[in-house]
Design a binder for this molecule. Structure first.
Ligand code: SF4
Ligand code: SF4
Length: 617
């Protein structure tokens, strides 16, 4: 018999709006007299309570579905007017119960990723598959309930669940109190709301070392993460990248031997990502007080960085917001390739019908370049910062990737292109209009309906933007109800739907999982071709930029002091220029064709440096 899972998205279920439990009325099992779909006894949302009071109706609970009685006929998911129901068959190979379920008809997590001492283990999977939930269970933020949300689960029950696995040994130590944890949450932007004070005060609070050398330890970690200049700065004044590094420092300063990092690369530029990766790698080898090695785990969507930072990988797959399964431990290279392939060899599971590919260039046909804008000897001088751009031309119908550290003049240059900033000297040959998506998505308090926000996109670019980015399902939501990944896609669509000569997208990959990054790449490239327009993309995910760009602009110099623009130039030349700045070399994985950072000093690294081909020869 097929095992299935029924999920009711409680935020969508509106029994009063659908005509009083439409799903229960339609269910063929109910018609035989059984209670397959019924009214639940869960709490109501405020909106529904309000509506009930208005209508004098006390029927307010969400629907519940009996997963054993349900035959999976598919009627109710299709007919629910709010898209609140998902009935999904579980893989036949899955023969155990969930490690955790939040409640009846809610998301189910099967198993947990395995930490290993002396190693950095990565967790890779799409958004909504339970990665952060798994980390929160490991971090002890809530207790696994083995899917029995109405029973008291003991540690013995949890050990029994993992009997005979590496996880059992790990949990035994955890329950004995031999493992202490430190956890870096995903949303570092929430920290300033909960902590008032300086960077140093936050680090002091996090540092559990009360010995005399605790200040020395703070200084050392701050130095390793380039935080020394910001120690006396107020937390609320830090940029996203500074805040991210501060939270990483605080996580490390806590005395722990299991350290969990949820998306440590967000807000960091490429140079900082590499530095933080090296720092995180070094933690696994560190000795703690009991002379044991640390176990380090990382959730990360930047594949080059995940590959560089980790030794091992757990892949998570399943169905967004319905269920997530954790694979066995794999070595990182093999694990990433299996994830891209959509097939787990050892488990004999195919979890995606098509592999993810990186060479999916879009054929532009035989077109001659048409100039959009060019410049000569542009200079911009502020009191403490100077930007120089020799000469360059941007054409119509191309996507240009922009590489450079934070604070090196990228935004100032774009403002000059858009006519919002007058150059101190030099000239631009055209006046052009620019549609711009900023780096930060600040819509927490914005109650605008997505349909209203995306009015132009829905009217004019439904097939180019709204449908391929799967935005239809968010149209009835408010902006402040969207997750980071949903909001990112909505704001990209909104930016591209404006009438403009040039589109600038600052960090469109942020909050997106790897599948969404590849999808948005395709959408942006096709949009540029079909509209014969130009898109500039600033991003710090090298693989994303490698994949999306026709040409590159490279900003070099000293952040906050001087920026020099080189290009636009061809991709190989641009990458070589930038990688020289970074001091790394990139090769292509022969199997998946994805770029990988060469180990410094390895044969490939030396060969590529000798040939001056830092970008995979
Ligand atoms: Fe109505 Fe859909 Fe909720 Fe069922 S799940 S009660 S059909 S809104
Ligand atoms: Fe009933 Fe299940 Fe069919 Fe829904 S999918 S109508 S719950 S049998």
């Amino acid at each position: 018999m097929k095992r299935r899972i029924a999920v009711i998205h409680k935020d969508k279920c509106n029994p009063l709006g659908c005509g009083n439990y439409l799903c229960a009325k339609l269910c063929p099992v109910n018609r035989t007299g059984e209670d397959c779909v019924k009214e639940g006894d869960d709490t109501t949302t405020k909106a529904i309570i309000d509506e009930c009071i208005k209508e004098g109706d006390e029927t307010t609970s969400k629907a519940v579905i009996d997963e054993v009685l349900c035959t999976g006929c598919g009627i109710c998911p299709k007919r629910c007017p709010y898209g609140a129901i998902e009935i999904i068959n579980l893989p036949t190979s899955l023969n155990k119960s969930p490690i955790h379920r939040f409640g009846e008809n809610s998301f189910a997590l099967f198993s947990l990723p395995t930490p290993l001492f002396g190693k950095v283990a990565g967790v890779l999977g799409r958004n909504g598959i339970g990665k952060s939930t798994a980390f929160k269970i490991l971090a002890g933020l809530f207790k696994a309930n083995l899917g029995q949300y109405d029973k008291e689960i003991t540690n013995k029950d949890v050990l029994e669940y993992f009997k005979g696995t590496q996880m059992q040994a790990f949990l035994e130590e955890l329950f004995k109190g031999n493992i202490t944890l430190s956890y870096k949450p995903q949303q570092v932007e929430l920290i300033p709301k909960n902590f008032k004070g300086t960077t140093k005060e936050l680090l002091k609070k996090a540092n559990s070392n009360t010995k005399d050398d605790s200040d020395k330890q703070i200084q050392e970690v701050a130095k390793a993460l380039d935080l020394t200049p910001y120690l006396d700065r107020n937390i609320s004044e830090l940029s996203g990248g500074e805040l991210q590094r501060t939270v990483i420092a605080a996580t490390v300063l806590k005395d722990a031997n299991l350290i969990l990092f949820d998306e440590p690369s967000s807000y960091l530029d490429i140079k900082q990502r590499i530095k933080v990766s090296q720092f995180i790698r070094s933690l696994a080898e560190n000795k703690n007080k009991s002379q044991n090695q640390n176990a380090v785990m990382v959730i990360e969507h930047d594949l080059i960085i995940l590959d560089f930072m980790t030794d091992l990988l757990n892949i998570m797959y399943g169905h967004d917001a319905v269920y997530g399964i954790v694979s066995g431990v794999k070595n990182t290279r093999e694990g990433i390739n299996q994830f891209l392939d959509g097939q787990l060899k050892e488990e004999n599971v195919r979890f995606r019908s098509t592999p993810l590919k990186f060479e999916g260039g879009v054929d532009k046909g035989e077109t001659l370049p048409v100039e959009l804008i060019s410049w000569e000897d542009l200079k911009l001088k502020y009191e403490h910062f100077a930007l120089n751009a020799n000469s360059g031309t941007i054409y119509k119908n191309e996507v240009i990737g922009i590489l450079g550290e934070n604070g090196i003049g990228k935004s100032s240059f774009i403002k000059m292109l858009a006519g919002l900033q007058k150059p101190s000297s030099g000239s631009l040959n055209e006046e052009i209009s620019v549609s711009y998506k900023g780096q930060y998505l600040d819509y927490q308090d914005d109650e605008t309906l997505v349909a209203e926000f995306l009015h132009l996109a829905v009217t004019n670019y439904s097939t180019q933007l709204v449908k391929p980015l799967s935005l239809d399902k968010y149209l009835t939501k408010k902006l402040n109800e969207l997750s980071g990944g949903e909001l990112q896609r909505v704001v990209v669509a909104k930016t591209l739907a404006q009438e403009a000569d040039l589109y600038l997208l600052d960090e469109p990959s942020a909050y997106l999982d790897i599948e969404q990054r590849l999808l948005i790449t395709k959408v942006i490239k096709r949009f540029a071709i079909e509209k014969e327009t130009t898109v500039l993309v600033v991003d710090h995910d090298l693989m994303f930029l490698d994949n999306i760009s026709d040409r590159l602009m490279v900003f070099t110099g000293k952040p906050g002091i001087e920026g020099n623009l080189q290009g636009p130039m061809g991709k190989v030349e641009g990458m070589n220029t930038f990688l020289k700045e970074l001091g790394i070399t990139l090769r292509r994985d022969p199997q998946s064709k994805r770029p990988r950072i060469n180990k410094p000093g390895s044969v490939k690294d030396r060969e590529q440096r000798a040939a001056n081909k830092l970008y995979y020869a």
